[in-house]
Ligand binder design. Structure first.
Ligand code: AMP
Ligand code: MG
Length: 488
């Protein structure tokens, strides 16, 4: 395990030749920064010795106040479709890439979020508040714990710096990690500014660094699109299966690697409500829970548009090829989704009638406002109180009888099935009320115990954590009053 100095940073993104890819910028430290939480699981991914967190200069180094000599701090440029409208120039307004590392044959970008203004800050302060930093820190690890691709969180710093939002809050920073932070919107920037040579350089960079197998394919750019469609279809199916709503699925928040990126006003379903809108500023419900698959396709279409000049010189042919790839999205997504729901039910391969069985169950959950996570966990445990979650219970009994009939077609024992279902249906999910409580204690009392506890529990959400049983219960009444907006 390495010290900070021993980490071999080598910023390959900074070596791109086109000067519009990024702006070199220094981080701006916060007043009186201190370490709030350090995530040993993420440290292991980069081979960082966990004892490094105890160094007096840990915060100064990781925040770029006294940067390592091999950091190359930069803010990336991108554009994006925000709520359907194209915004030609966004970029990292408050996140700064510290450097890149390779460990165990995996590449990691280390990015400091809340690092101060950059040339892309558009008049904003470049800061992140403690509230939103806690949310991203915990949710990225919760997603990973659920087996869903996500940016990861190495550590979180707090400070005494006042940051102005609807009220005065304290500034914080998050060190997050991802193979890269390239977004759909990064490609859109170069497409819409007609910089097709840079567009190609970006695509070549991504392929060489992250998808070398695509180099040998006849049309690597089409293959890149195809890969991205597949990754995104899976990602959104996984979100739907665990009841996750991202909240701001703009193309600038969509990772080219198909991982969950940029946690803002996200939410996990409590009661099963397909219309659930977690973002209070999303007046039209564009990113409502049930719309996510369709919004995934919209975003992929934006990406495909941006890749057209690379796919073929003949623009009609390029469009035809891209359309053919996009046409695969819906069935790919549904295939992943139905398979995931079958797994939640302890069923193997999806048979013709399974989709009806799934739909009937989801309708029942919706009609009864049944808690999505608690129901599937109880089903895994074959809880004899299952039917009590439904009124009238006969409707559930009828569904359960057809489910039992379907189970007879499986070649599994009840014990094996239970063990699989318990590994598929989490006991713990990061409900917004749990976050709100942890945030309140952190803000008001500088008490970070809940953050550590939630980090531990949500990192292994399928396991029992008897001392944290209270994290697995139904949300309290006040949870329905929580309002989250883009402000962070
Ligand atoms: P988001 O909605 O958080 O994905 O942000 C959209 C864009 O606004 C991104 O380019 C962010 O970098 C930028 N941004 C958000 N908040 C701030 C802030 N406080 N200061 C500077 N830029 C910001
Ligand atoms: Mg963003």
């Amino acid at each position: 395990m390495k010290t900070l100095e021993e980490l071999c940073f080598n910023n390959t993104f900074s070596q791109l030749t086109d000067h519009e890819f990024y702006s070199k910028v220094d981080t701006t430290p916060l007043n009186n920064q201190h370490l709030i939480s350090f995530n040993a699981n993420a440290a292991a991914l980069i081979g960082l010795d966990i004892h490094e967190q105890s160094r007096d200069d840990f915060c100064d180094i990781i925040s770029g106040k006294t940067p390592l000599h091999n950091f190359f701090t930069l803010a990336m440029c991108y554009a994006g479709h925000q709520f359907g409208q194209f915004v030609p120039r966004l970029g990292d307004g408050r996140a700064i890439l510290l450097g890149q590392l390779e460990h165990d044959n995996k590449k990691w970008d280390l990015q400091l979020k809340g690092a101060g203004p950059t040339p892309y800050s558009r008049g904003s302060d470049g800061r992140a508040v403690l509230r939103s930093t806690i949310r991203e820190y915990l949710c990225s690890e919760a997603m990973h714990g659920l087996g869903i691709a996500s940016s990861r969180a190495l550590c979180m710093l707090g400070s005494d710096e006042e940051v102005y939002r609807e009220q005065i809050e304290s500034g914080a920073m998050l060190v997050r990690m991802a193979p890269s932070h390239i977004r759909f919107g990064t490609f859109e920037y170069f497409y819409y500014t007609n910089q097709h040579r840079a567009l190609q350089e970006l695509a070549d960079y991504l392929i060489t660094e992250h998808y070398p197998a695509l180099c040998d394919i006849e049309n690597p750019y089409l293959a890149l699109l195809s890969q991205c469609i597949d990754n995104t279809a899976l990602l959104i199916a996984q979100w739907q299966a665990v009841g996750f709503s991202h909240g701001v699925m703009n193309t600038d928040n969509m990772s080219i690697h198909g991982l969950t990126l940029d946690y803002g006003p996200f939410g996990f379903l409590d009661a099963f409500k397909p219309d659930y809108i977690c973002n209070h500023s999303d007046y039209q419900g564009r990113y409502a829970f049930k719309n996510q698959p369709e919004m995934g396709l919209f975003n992929l279409s934006c990406l495909a548009q941006a890749l057209l000049p690379l796919i073929c010189n003949d623009s009609d042919k390029a469009a035809e090829l891209a359309r053919a790839e996009l046409a695969k999205y819906q069935s790919l997504h549904l295939e992943y989704y139905h398979q995931l729901i079958n797994s939640k039910l302890g069923l193997g391969k999806v048979l013709a009638d399974d989709i009806v069985l799934q739909k009937e169950l989801l309708n029942l959950l919706q009609q009864n406002q049944t808690d999505y996570t608690i129901f599937f966990r109880a089903l895994s445990n074959n809880d004899d109180k299952l039917a009590d979650m439904f009124i009238p219970r006969e409707n559930f009994d009828r569904w359960f009888a057809s489910y039992q009939q379907r189970l007879r077609l499986e070649n599994t024992t009840a014990a094996d099935r239970k063990s699989c279902m318990l590994k598929t249906n989490p006991k713990y999910i990061l409900r917004n009320y749990l976050l709100e409580t942890a945030i309140e204690r952190a803000n008001n009392e500088k008490n970070y115990a809940d953050i550590e506890n939630l980090l531990q529990v949500m990192s292994s959400p399928f396991d029992e954590h008897p001392e944290f049983e209270h994290f697995a219960g139904l949300p309290p009444e006040w949870a329905s009053q929580i309002q989250l907006s883009c402000s962070s």
